[in-house]
Design a protein around this ligand. Structure first.
Ligand SMILES: Nc1nc2c(ncn2[C@@H]2O[C@H](COP(=O)(O)OP(=O)(O)OP(=O)(O)O)[C@@H](O)[C@H]2O)c(=O)[nH]1
Ligand SMILES: [Mg+2]
Length: 385
C-alpha cells in the first residue's frame, strides 16, 4: 500500500500549472538630511524566463513562495548617494502569463530571457521625502502556464486516453478500468524517426456537465485550452459513467464532448481536432465503427433522434478519424502520422498567414510614407487659403 501511495504521489504530484507568489520590492535606503544625501532605491522583483525551468521546480526550490528584493543602501558620509538594492529574479518557464491578484495581466513570458517587472523597489530617502525612504511595492502574482502540449487527449473517462499515451510515448500514466483514473495532465513525447518530437498531454476525463464544473470540469477543461490541437478518444462501444447515468453510444460521446467544449469556450471547440476510435480489438467493434462513421458523415440524418440539449451548434469536423486499439497497437502508427501531418499543416498555415500579414504591413507602411508629403501639402495649401 505504501508503495502504491508513493507511485500515486509521483504520478499526480509532478505537474504544476499555476503558482501564486508573494513579491515585494526592497525598501529604499535612508537619506542623509544634514548633507543632503540620497538613499539608494530598493531592488526590483522580476520574473525571468528560463527554458529548462518548470513551475514544479520553482515551487520545490522556493517552498515559501516569497520573493523580496534587497534594500537600498543608506546614504553615508563616504557614499552620499546610497547604492541600489539587489534585484530579485524569479526563474520561470517559457510560456507563462503573469497576472495580479485581480486577474489583470501584468505580462507574458514567451521566449528565453523575457523578463517582467512585478514589484518595484521603494525610492531612497531624499529632500522631497524628508530623507525618509519609501517601502517597496508589494504584489501577489499568479504564474499560469499557457500552453502545455501540442496535442491534448479529450474524452470521457475510461476511453483509453492514458493507455494510448503509454502506447505512443515513453510516459507511464496510470491505467485502470474505473472512471477518473487520471486527475492531472501527464505529458508524453511522440518521437519520430527524423527526431521530430510532439508533446501530447493525457488529460482527465470529461463528463456531461463539465462546462458547469461537474466532475471538476472547469479545471479539466482549462487544460484542454492549453493545447494546440485536440485528439478526441472515444470507446467504440460507448460509455456509461455509472448505473444511474444513461449509456451513450460512441456517436453520442462525440456529440456530448463537442457540446461540453462549445459551452465552455467556442475557441476551444474550434481547435483543429482528430478522432481516435479506441478498443477496436473488442468483439463487434467493426460494425460499431461503421455505424459511427455513417453517423459522423451524415450527422443531419441522426441529430433529430437526440435531445436538443445534447446537440452542439456546430458538429466537430475531424481532420482524420482513425480506428485504433491502445492494447494491441492496431492503427497506432497511422495515428502518429496523422497527428504529425495535422500539426505540420497548421504550422505551415500559420507561417503563411504570418508572412502575408507582414507583407501587408509593409505595403501599408509604404503607402503611408508615400502619402505623407501629399497630406502635408494639403495642410499647407489649406493654411494658405
Ligand atoms: N480492450 C481494450 N481495452 C482498453 C483499450 N484501451 C484501454 N483499455 C482499457 O480501458 C480501461 C481504461 O483505460 P485508461 O487508459 O485508464 O482510460 P482513460 O481514458 O485514461 O480514463 P480516465 O483517466 O479515467 O479518464 C482500462 O481498463 C484499459 O485497460 C483498448 O484498446 N482495448
Ligand atoms: Mg487516464
Amino acid at each position: 500500500m505504501v508503495h502504491c501511495g508513493c507511485v500515486l504521489f509521483r504520478k499526480y504530484g509532478n505537474f504544476v500549472d499555476n503558482l501564486r507568489l508573494f513579491t515585494r520590492g526592497g525598501s529604499g535606503g535612508m537619506g542623509y538630511p544634514r548633507l543632503g544625501g540620497e538613499g539608494g532605491k530598493g531592488g526590483d522583483v522580476w520574473v525571468v524566463a528560463h527554458k529548462k525551468m518548470t513551475l514544479k521546480q520553482l515551487k520545490d526550490k522556493y517552498p515559501q513562495k516569497r520573493f523580496v528584493a534587497g534594500e537600498g543602501a543608506n546614504s553615508r558620509v563616504s557614499a552620499l548617494k546610497g547604492s541600489k538594492g539587489k534585484d530579485c529574479e524569479i526563474p520561470a518557464p517559457v510560456g507563462i502569463s503573469v497576472t495580479d491578484e485581480n486577474g489583470k495581466i501584468i505580462g507574458e513570458l514567451n521566449k528565453e530571457q523575457d523578463r517582467i517587472l512585478v514589484a518595484e523597489g521603494g525610492l531612497g530617502g531624499k529632500f522631497l521625502t524628508n530623507f525618509l525612504p519609501l517601502k517597496g511595492q508589494r504584489r501577489i502574482i499568479h504564474l499560469d502556464l499557457k500552453l502545455i502540449a501540442d496535442v491534448g487527449l479529450v474524452g470521457f473517462p475510461n476511453a483509453g486516453k492514458s493507455s494510448l499515451l503509454s502506447k505512443i510515448s515513453h510516459a507511464k500514466p496510470a491505467v485502470a478500468d474505473y472512471a477518473f483514473t487520471t486527475l492531472q495532465p501527464e505529458l508524453g513525447k511522440i518521437m519520430y524517426k527524423d527526431f521530430k518530437q510532439i508533446l501530447v498531454a493525457d488529460l482527465p476525463g470529461l463528463i456531461e456537465g463539465a462546462h458547469v464544473n461537474k466532475g471538476m470540469g472547469h479545471k479539466f477543461l482549462k487544460h484542454v485550452e492549453r493545447t494546440k490541437q485536440l485528439l478526441f478518444v472515444v470507446d467504440v462501444s460507448g460509455f456509461q459513467l455509472s448505473s444511474r447515468t444513461p449509456y451513450r453510444t460512441a456517436f453520442e460521446t462525440v456529440l456530448l464532448l463537442t457540446k461540453e467544449l462549445e459551452l465552455y469556450d467556442e475557441e476551444v471547440r474550434a481547435k483543429p481536432a482528430l478522432l481516435a476510435v479506441n478498443k477496436m480489438d473488442l468483439p463487434d467493434a467493426q460494425n460499431k465503427f461503421h455505424e459511427l462513421m455513417n453517423q459522423l458523415q451524415n450527422p443531419k440524418d441522426f441529430l433529430h433522434l437526440f435531445q436538443s440539449k445534447m446537440i452542439p451548434e456546430r458538429t466537430m469536423e475531424f481532420e482524420h478519424i482513425i480506428p485504433i486499439s491502445a492494447v494491441t497497437g492496431e492503427g497506432i502508427d497511422e495515428l502518429k502520422n496523422c497527428i504529425r501531418k495535422s500539426l505540420d499543416e497548421h504550422a505551415d498555415r500559420e507561417n503563411d498567414a504570418y508572412h502575408k500579414k507582414q507583407f501587408l504591413n509593409l505595403q501599408i507602411s509604404n503607402t503611408v510614407s508615400h502619402s505623407e508629403p501629399l497630406s502635408r501639402n494639403a495642410v499647407t495649401s489649406s493654411r494658405m487659403d
